[in-house]
Design a binder for this molecule. Sequence first.
Ligand SMILES: [Zn+2]
Length: 195
Amino acid sequence: MHRRALALAIFTAFLFASAVALPPRRTHYDEPSIDSEGFYEPSESPRPQPEAVPPDPLVLARQLACEPLVTRSFVQAWKATLNGTRGHGLAETGFAIEKYKSSISIQGWIGAAVNDLLIPTDDYTVAIAHVHGRGADERPADIDVRSRVPNFVISQNALYVTVPGTSRVERIRGGVDESDGWNRPCSTGLAIATR
Ligand SMILES: [Zn+2]
């Protein structure tokens, strides 16, 4: 009887000891180690999913231009140049569009008497925008195209945007008097669906 009780006690102690021994082993797995790094070697394991297609920069630019805050800021910038007439139509006003997490804000409002504008940017700047008045070429200038972020150019007859890293310039919305003018809210997918 005694021997059996002793054996049971030893067995229980063994179970207890192995249960206690388990948690440190588990935390070892959770921590990055030389062993676990091997799991992330692309050559070791095939990628579970095909590489994501990079989003079309023009689709992203259009989405940004359709943000109500951004559309309102285009209008504000245009008004600041007296609808493109200030300084014999050469004055510029511009701003930076910043994104932190999912919220968008407008920063760095700046104006210039002639078309010579340097908009301050930082790590959160996702795009910049400025006016080309009625006395200037409405299309983005060479210096505008060199921007490291999409550069919106607001004018009487169009909204252009540059594609960073390329010489591409696209007209993404119409002028102030058009139904798809940059100064109007964008029609949403929902609105089209319910029409
Ligand atoms: Zn410009």
